[in-house]
Design a protein around this ligand. Structure first.
Ligand code: DON
Length: 580
């Protein structure tokens, strides 16, 4: 028996656990989405600039910056800091993420990696129990799962390198500080999720204080959320730049809170955190350039691998949402997610064959293995390596000069690990669950991994976040991305295919029902809205089709000859497009 097949047993054994945990982690995302009549869906139109984000106040903050002459990057940074206040479920300064930028002024595409890092004391077996088996409680529910937050460094770096230069960091932070200090009414998705998640957060006194009424129960729709300590932390960043977060009193309080809760993050871990500017992953799809996130996110690599496979099929001739079209999409997803599991990890630690995976030749080879009549069993894909030669919120911004920003950032679970660090107002992540606790184990989203994604000191856990910009002749035509853990990449794929191949209006493409296959487990998860005959046809080909599919939210912008079209995803209450 090969090493791989021994691991295979571990893989299958861990599924039950992973999916049980996933169910808890994303329970609130499982509200069934019933897609509207797609012909009646309308995008929001604007001429001079647009921000589409999961929460209206924060989208407005970015749009105001555009109005005052800021570029898309200024606006994106302002929206990012504002969401940290107004959308505590996923907006954050206690987590991390990725920003893909198209700078028209510099004729350059860039990716800012502000993924959390593992503390220096991290060992590969940190998330194993005494029996040597993965202990998911450690990575998901304890302070050991907290990665060194990257958001402050990442947003500040984006502003410094790609901002218009018209705004200081303090000016960009001002609206967020005011929203934290003065408060705002809890509505929409926060009102929908906070009461459920409060029980988990209230384990820690500062979290309970931050998100409760005076009677100790969770804030509800219409209540005012005031975050004075968060306002003070943001003010420290406004006054001192990232040093105000990564060094001095805020850093000391963050490290103390994590250590008091049983974690291992130190002030030195915070002090040594660095956001990184990377070359985006680039590829083409039917004459369009796809610019997306490179490792340590698997997003861009898996997206391009699937698109390259699909390019060889006559997608435009197949009806959108038809069984033949969905079949080849599922088969492409399955193959690319299998490669994700096997090969991808932090490029500072592993030499992943990403260039091979996104090559057209490799896609041709994989395409040759797709049977148009039958689903390939996931297990059959497991041992075919290529020769040598990865709760969240997404927002999109476009300005009048053709700059574009696609930003996805996260605390991992909804409200992260639930710990607000005492005296800082900073809600912390449990991002380190995205590592693979042991070869063959899976994270909360059921994503299997192997050696490439084991925990290590200073290492960034493999991500699926896929902020993506599609360009035609060097100009952005689509800005998209999504939350949803493992489901992010397939959500982005379907928006891209629906817009490019099926010429769907971006709002209809975003609203259309989605499906998902991540290689393991060997099932196709589907949203409501696919006709029964289509699902029956997929089942006849051998696909294991099951409902539900946890929620994604692909807040997107299309740039068209008729102006900007904003598509807030209708799946999650509160998403808004604010245009100029
Ligand atoms: O980086 C990742 O891939 C995950 N930590 C993202 C988590 C996520 O999207 C949760 N949202 N539903």
């Amino acid at each position: 028996m090969t090493v791989f097949s021994i691991r295979w047993r571990q893989v299958t054994a861990t599924f039950v656990l992973a999916f049980a945990c996933t169910a808890t982690a994303v329970a609130q995302e499982r509200r069934a989405y019933a897609p509207p009549d797609l012909t009646s869906v309308r995008a929001v139109m604007a001429e001079r600039g647009m921000v589409v984000a999961q929460e209206r106040l924060a989208a407005q903050v970015g749009a105001d910056i555009l109005k005052q002459g800021g570029n898309a990057i200024d606006a994106a940074v302002a929206t990012g800091f504002a969401l940290a206040v107004t959308y505590p479920r996923a907006g954050n300064i206690g987590g991390g993420g990725f920003m893909v930028i198209h700078s028209a002024a510099r004729n350059e595409d860039a990716a800012i990696d502000y993924r959390e890092t593992a503390p220096a004391a991290t060992t590969p077996d940190i998330f194993l129990g005494p029996d040597g088996k993965p202990d998911t409680d450690k990575s998901r529910n304890s302070a050991l799962g907290i990665g060194v937050p990257g958001t402050v460094a990442g947003l500040a770096l984006a502003l410094e390198k790609y901002g218009s230069g018209r705004f200081t960091l303090a000016q960009i932070l001002k609206p967020a500080i005011e929203l934290a200090r003065d408060g705002f009414a809890v509505t929409d998705d926060t009102a929908d999720t906070l009461p459920d998640m409060y029980r988990r957060m209230a384990r820690w006194p500062d979290s309970a204080r931050t998100f409760s009424r005076s009677d100790g129960t969770a804030l509800r729709e219409g209540d005012r959320l005031i975050q004075a300590e968060l306002a003070a932390t943001l003010s420290a960043v406004a006054e001192q730049g990232p040093r105000g977060f990564y060094q001095g009193p805020v850093a000391e309080k963050l490290a103390k809170a994590v250590r008091d809760a049983g974690g291992i993050m130190t002030v030195d871990d915070l002090k040594s955190y660095e956001a990184v500017i990377r070359n985006p992953v680039r590829g083409t799809y039917r004459g369009y350039d796809i610019v997306s996130m490179p490792l340590p996110s698997s997003g861009g690599t898996v997206l391009l691998e699937t698109l390259n496979i699909l390019e060889g099929f006559p997608m435009p001739d197949m009806k959108q949402g038809s069984a033949p079209s969905l079949h080849v999409m599922i088969e492409a997803m399955k193959r690319a997610y299998a490669d994700r599991a096997r090969y991808l990890g932090d490029p500072a630690f592993v030499n992943a064959p990403a260039d091979i995976l996104i090559s057209k030749d490799y896609a041709t080879k994989l395409r040759g293995g797709i049977d148009l009549a039958r689903a390939t069993p996931a297990e059959a894909l497991s041992a075919k390596p290529p020769r040598e030669g990865s709760n969240t919120t997404h927002y999109s911004v476009v300005d009048s000069s053709g700059n574009a920003v696609s930003n996805t950032y996260t605390l991992n679970f909804s409200y992260g690990v639930g710990l607000v660090a005492d005296g800082t107002g900073v809600l912390l992540n449990n991002e380190l669950d995205d590592f693979t606790a042991a070869p063959g184990a899976s994270n909360a989203f059921g994503l299997v991994g192997f050696e490439a994604n084991l925990p290590g000191p200073g290492k960034r856990p493999l991500s699926s976040m896929s902020p993506t910009i599609v360009l035609k002749d060097g100009k952005p035509v689509l800005v998209t991305g999504s939350p949803g853990g493992s489901r992010i990449i397939s959500a982005v794929l379907q928006v891209v295919v629906d817009v490019l191949d099926y010429k769907m209006d971006v709002a209809a493409a975003v609203a259309a029902p989605r499906l998902h296959h991540q290689w393991m487990p060997d099932v196709v998860r589907v949203e409501q809205g696919f006709p029964k005959e289509t699902l029956d046809a997929l089942r006849e080909k051998g696909h294991h089709v099951i409902e539900p599919l946890g929620q994604t939210s692909a807040n997107s912008i299309a740039v068209t000859p008729n102006g900007l079209l904003g598509a807030p995803d209708p799946r999650t209450r509160g998403a808004a497009a604010v245009g100029q």
